[in-house]
Design a protein around this ligand. Structure first.
Ligand code: RFL
Ligand code: PHB
Length: 388
């Protein structure tokens, strides 16, 4: 087979890139290891930046999000059980959008499926001749071996994918921080406790009240990495949330049976450069952020924006500059989101070495945020998303 761009991974990054390229007249083949049902059922992100929302519109994938998504103009921070609101829209003129990654993935899959893409359940994907003019990808499907020749390969296969591993160790540098705790998430068909998100710093650990709709809530509590899901029956999670989120949120919280529960570790990770010859990495394949800043999916989208522009310029007028600048351009935005996510994680969580002094520093910084418009503006412009 032959295509212009071989895309490894049919998550948000791969699907969005395929759709944008298609609208620009560039063809691609998307290779996805899992089934469509599996990809669409992964409960992950929920908060989109305005630039991500705009990009989904540009891809023709925004209609249902505009109908069913919940625009948010603010976010609440709680400290010692007392919460205050940051008026993100008032401070930046921009809004966020609550719309689940599951739904966004379904919408993109519906569009990409009209071209019989992605190819699901492919195995043993391998990348070849990345430094040459005609790189190719091999894989197996239903036991048969296949090969795709292409002009470019987009590595959109997430943190555990093969693309980044195809770059020799000496060909790049990884930067990493692993946090000594995880997030226990619970999804339940109950109304949210507040119409906006609440991020809580509590001496027992972080908690987050989020949502997917007006009838579906998503909550998280910080847990240590050795915690087992079976030790967290639903009631224990609701009790812990009620303590950490504070009395007002607890009073508004509706408890109900979980429809999903999982523990996710937290990590910061960046691989530089995001390119090797004709291979371009995008999304979680190149970088991971702890979920506190709600940046992972949004960074995947912004990488795709830069990559789409670079590839279409090359096909349009042979311009090489966009491709050459891709990694530096994407990384400039990535590192700022890494910094924000690291800062917000550090401010809101209890670390094993959070002694009495460190705790006072967190409380003082939150108190400063509560009273300073300048500090709130810094927080708001990062949370709502920096411009491309
Ligand atoms: P994905 O979604 O991991 O998709 C990669 C795809 O590649 C496939 N794949 C392969 N296919 C073929 N061959 C191989 N060898 C392959 N290896 C892997 C995989 O099956 C998969 O389908 O990466 P992508 O597209 O870069 O998208 C990134 C986002 O999914 C991720 O950053 C976000 O979910 C992160 N995230 C959040 N981001 C936000 O912007 N806002 C949020 O509110 C937010 N909350 C979260 C999050 C992530 C979380 N977890 C569980 C990590 C909350 C949580 C709890
Ligand atoms: C979510 O709704 O899953 C969510 C929202 C905001 C975050 C992280 C996760 O910062």
């Amino acid at each position: 087979m032959r295509t212009q761009v071989a895309i490894i991974g049919g998550g948000p990054a791969g699907l969005l890139l395929s759709q944008l390229l298609h609208l620009s007249g560039v063809d691609s083949i998307v290779l996805e290891r899992q089934t469509r049902d599996y990809v669409e059922a992964r409960i992950r992100a929920g908060m989109l930046e305005q630039v991500t929302v705009d990009l989904l519109d540009q891809a023709g994938a925004g209609a249902r999000m505009r109908r069913e998504g919940l625009p948010h103009g603010g976010v609440n921070l709680a400290s010692e059980g007392e919460s205050f609101r940051i008026d993100v829209e008032g401070l930046t003129g921009k809004q966020m959008m609550v719309y689940g990654q599951t739904e966004l993935t379904k919408d993109l899959n519906d569009l990409v499926a009209t071209r019989d893409q992605p190819l699901f359940e492919v195995a043993d994907v391998a990348l070849h001749d990345l430094e040459g003019a005609v790189p190719y990808v091999t894989y197996r499907k239903d036991g048969a071996a296949h090969r795709i020749d292409c002009d470019f390969i987009a590595g959109c296969d997430g943190y555990h994918g093969v693309s980044r591993q195809s770059v020799p160790v000496a060909g790049g540098q990884a930067f990493e921080r692993v946090y000594p705790f995880g997030w226990l998430g619970i999804l339940a068909d109950v109304p949210p406790c507040d119409h906006e998100l609440i991020y809580a710093n509590h001496e027992r650990g972080f908690a987050l009240a989020s949502m997917r709709s007006n009838v579906r809530s998503r909550y998280y509590v910080q847990v240590s990495l050795d915690e087992k899901l079976e030790d967290w029956p639903d009631e224990r999670i609701w009790d812990e949330l009620a303590i950490r989120l504070g009395d007002k949120a607890a009073a508004g919280m509706t408890r109900g049976p979980s429809i999903e529960k999982s523990i996710a570790p937290l990590r910061s990770f960046v691989f530089e450069p995001m390119r090797r010859g004709r291979l371009f990495l995008a999304g979680d394949a190149a970088h991971i952020v702890p979920p506190t800043g709600a940046k992972g999916l949004n960074l995947a989208a912004s990488d795709v924006h830069y990559l789409h522009e670079a590839i279409t310029a090359w096909y349009g007028n042979g311009a090489q500059a966009g491709l050459d600048d891709y990694s530096a351009k994407a990384l400039a935005r990535v590192w700022k989101a890494e910094r924000f996510s690291w800062w917000f994680t550090s401010l809101m969580h209890r670390f094993p070495d959070t002694d009495a002094f460190a705790r006072k520093m967190q409380v003082a910084e939150l108190d400063y945020l509560r009273g300073s418009k300048a500090a709130q503006t810094v927080m708001a412009e990062n949370y709502v998303g920096l411009p491309f």
